[in-house]
Ligand binder design. Sequence first.
Ligand SMILES: Nc1ncnc2c1ncn2[C@@H]1O[C@H](COP(=O)(O)OP(=O)(O)O)[C@@H](O)[C@H]1O
Ligand SMILES: [Mg+2]
Length: 366
Amino acid sequence: MADLNIQGLTKRFGGVTAVEDVNLHVADGEFVTLLGPSGCGKSTTLAAVAGLDRADGGRIQVGETVYFDASRGIYLPPEARNCGLVFQSYALWPHMTVAENVAFPLTLRKVPAAERKRRIEEVLGLVEMERFAARYPHELSGGQQQRVALARTLVYRPAILLLDEPLSNLDAKLRDRARAWLAELRTRLRLTTIYVTHDQIEALSLSDRIVVMNGGHIAQIGTPQQIYEHPADPFVADFIGTTNFLPARVVDSTPAGGRAVLELADGQRMEALSESATPAGSRVTLAFRPEQMLVARPGTEPAGGSVLATRVTSRSYVGGQWQVGLDLAGATLRLETRQPPSEDELHLWLPSTGGILFRGGADVTA
Ligand SMILES: Nc1ncnc2c1ncn2[C@@H]1O[C@H](COP(=O)(O)OP(=O)(O)O)[C@@H](O)[C@H]1O
Ligand SMILES: [Mg+2]
């Protein structure tokens, strides 16, 4: 067991900067997820830790061992780094049984036969595959194969575990089950882990902390709750969960922590809490979650919010509830409700403290 320290990690491929100045500390036993859209540099970061790719700049240390230090010319080859790596493709040897696949890394490391047998049993028990020891990979489901791949990694007791989209080859139902199983295993193992995914549900449900990446940079690091409830910028807000974005203009200058009066493009006014001071006339974007909006019923709205007139643009039944598309002053909002609106005009209630106010309004796509 060990902690992992990444400092100033930079990797370029020709003219493309895949990751730039990534700084991350993963505590001993912590489960950290790199989350972000395809191409944002997640796999590149993981490959640099595993030593599959030599980075251009920065430093990587696991426990007391320096894996990589560009300024001192240190680069440990992958086999000298004690990392357990599992990829999206299971990469089991097809001609070997489950037990033989799991034994392989131990044979490579010249672990004596009796110890080998004991460890194989232990690790197959851990991934709940002991009954399948004599099977061949093609006799297993995708989820089972992925458990064997994980067992083959855990059996040599790596200092850190690196998982790159391990569930993304599974179909939706299997993936749900595998995720629940992984969450359980995680609490039993307490192994320092970096988990890579573009799936926000996996990230939110598995992680101690999430690192949201965007274009080779870290956009935000925080607990799942911090990331969901206090996104650092519109990109994070948009990437995690469903977010409605509403462009507006500040009517009166507002001190930090004050209630800002906002004017929408169609002249409607509303209130929102402003974390930083905003001058009058500045352009802002209010971001809020669908679950923060209520359908207003005249005279019964709770205090401390604004009522806004919207137009219904779509209604879709999504099982148990309806997703309703709304036009509010030219912005498209998504509302979740148990009953579809019968009229095309709908009044929304938004709490003044519910949303997050971001400066600017140009580069946000709803
Ligand atoms: N071997 C490579 N050669 C050239 N470009 C690469 C290579 N690997 C990754 N890249 C580029 O680096 C960026 C980050 O890629 P990657 O780390 O694989 O993203 P992710 O895993 O987040 O989808 C992308 O623009 C990708 O095209
Ligand atoms: Mg990747």
